[in-house]
Design a protein around this ligand. Structure first.
Ligand SMILES: *Cc1c(COP(=O)(O)O)cnc(C)c1O
Ligand SMILES: *[C@@H]1O[C@H](CO)[C@@H](O)[C@H](O)[C@H]1NC(C)=O
Ligand SMILES: *[C@@H]1O[C@H](CO)[C@@H](O)[C@H](O)[C@H]1NC(C)=O
Length: 432
């Protein structure tokens, strides 16, 4: 796109407006060509632009933002107190600590294994504590696995899986017509297939990203579906990268971890996070389980390489965040967090009811904070616009999560209850 030293002013109806610059304005460093392939990153700016146009048009309207995937409720005091105590101790000779173990504090690793993987055979040394799931997704993709592996994603999916794959150089060209990258396998997941791909027609890839409960659809895969996925990976010599960031939201008997499935330790890595479970989106704490049994094609343990990556390229999560994490997993901390998670699920239920009362199919909400609303035959950007225009509510067009999101919007249950109730009232009056 930039043949020589020039500046991209912007795009107008899909055409780039480029002005040439004097060559002394540019360095001689070539841009990473993979960065040029990235398509997304336009979703949130575009939503922001439409939102600000809307605010100019209706300066007195009270906008309700149900687009965001960010937590809104305070962190229980028992957890912040533990972090504060840790911080104050750092100011004392006795309590001061510098670097910790790169893999995380062993007490926390054991507590994670005990809390989330009880009786599943996950050991503390297989748990790698991190600064968040998103960071682990990129470390796994870019540093551990690299550009040489092929990948599959659910469609729709959390954008980081594809974008990290593109940045590391796994994708071919982007096809405007289909909205997909060449060389990436998109596994369509919608109500027509119980939000689970038809694996008999899915091409083999080295790695398979799978998120359950899912962002954006809110669907939690059943035990039988996950068993199929594990069997497929085993038969194909594939590796599953399982994102369980919303495991704490599971209400029914859907698995909370891929390791509940027999055989999963030989084929899967699990990424998870304190973000949506404990309101740690700003505090930053997550973990990745890399089982000892997981081997590369040459028999080398993946865990050993991952350990090396963590030691060389990371250096460990903040000790303050880890002190908070430990408090989250105490009996009282965990109980307090369950109340917050239930609050968000209550919000999601209110939103499901509101859309259902309009005769719309609203999926998710039960095992996740997200509601995935179907507007058959409509463009998701048109639906976004209509909801914004008529109710002053901001959602996310499903198309932003991949071509499989067309015809849907994602509505988030993260928010204060009174705003959710207000949103529900406005929605119920949408077609009156
Ligand atoms: C929010 C989210 C993450 C990011 O988690 P962090 O730990 O805050 O980086 C990862 N995966 C999914 C599916 C998410 O929705
Ligand atoms: C990529 O794969 C090819 C073919 O298997 C192999 O020869 C090459 O060494 C690999 N490159 C890296 C960086 O692993
Ligand atoms: C992948 O697994 C499926 C289901 O077990 C099987 O039908 C298919 O042949 C496998 N593909 C490859 C390339 O091994």
């Amino acid at each position: 796109m930039f043949p020589s030293c020039s500046l991209l002013l912007g795009t107008l109806r899909g055409i780039s407006i480029i002005v040439p610059l004097p060559s002394s304005s540019c360095t001689g460093v070539p841009r990473n060509v993979n960065m040029e392939k990235l398509q997304t990153g336009y979703l949130f700016p575009e939503i922001g632009m439409r939102e600000s146009e809307h605010t100019q048009k209706y300066p007195h309207a009270r906008l309700i933002r149900l687009g965001i995937g960010d937590t809104t409720e305070p962190i229980p005091d028992i957890i912040t107190s533990a972090m504060a105590e840790h911080v104050y101790a750092l100011s004392t000779v006795k309590g001061y600590r510098g670097y910790g173990a790169e893999q995380g504090n062993m007490e926390l690793r054991m507590a994670i294994a005990e809390t989330f993987y009880r009786n599943l055979g996950v050991k503390g040394n297989e748990v790698f504590v991190s600064d968040g799931a998103q960071c682990d997704i990129s470390r796994l993709q870019q540093l551990l696995l690299g550009s040489n592996v092929s990948m599959a994603v659910q469609d729709p999916s959390f954008p980081a899986y594809i974008d990290c794959g593109v940045i590391v150089g796994r994708a071919g060209n982007f096809q405007e017509k289909t909205g997909t990258y060449d060389n990436i396998v998109y596994m369509k997941c919608g109500p027509e297939n119980n939000f689970f791909p038809d694996l008999s027609t899915t091409s083999r890839t080295d790695i398979i990203f799978f998120c359950s409960p899912n962002n954006p659809t809110g669907y939690a895969a059943s035990r039988q579906q996950l068993q199929q996925l594990v069997d497929f990976a085993k038969a194909n010599g594939s590796m599953i990268i399982y994102d369980s960031a919303y495991a704490a939201y599971v209400t029914d008997d859907s698995p909370r971890s891929i390791f509940e499935i027999p055989g999963a330790k030989e084929v899967a890595i699990e990424i998870s996070s304190f973000s949506k479970f404990a309101g740690f989106t700003g505090v930053r704490l997550g973990w990745t389980v890399v089982p000892e049994e997981l081997l590369y094609s040459n028999g080398f343990p993946v865990m050993k390489d991952y350990n090396r990556i963590v030691c060389t390229c990371f250096n460990g999560a903040s000790s303050v965040a880890q002190a908070g994490g430990l408090a989250c997993l105490s009996k009282e901390g965990y109980q307090a967090l369950t109340t917050v998670v239930d609050y968000y699920k209550g919000n999601a239920e209110i939103l499901v009811d509101a859309f259902s009362s309009l005769g719309l199919k609203a999926y998710g909400g039960k095992n996740a904070p997200y509601v995935w609303v179907h507007f058959p035959g409509m463009s998701s950007w048109d639906v976004f616009n209509e909801i914004l225009e008529k109710t002053h509510i901001v959602t996310i067009p499903g198309r932003g999560f991949g071509p499989g999101g067309e015809g849907y919007v994602r509505v988030s249950g993260f928010g204060h209850r009174e705003r959710i109730l207000e949103a529900s009232m406005r929605l119920k009056n949408l077609y009156k």
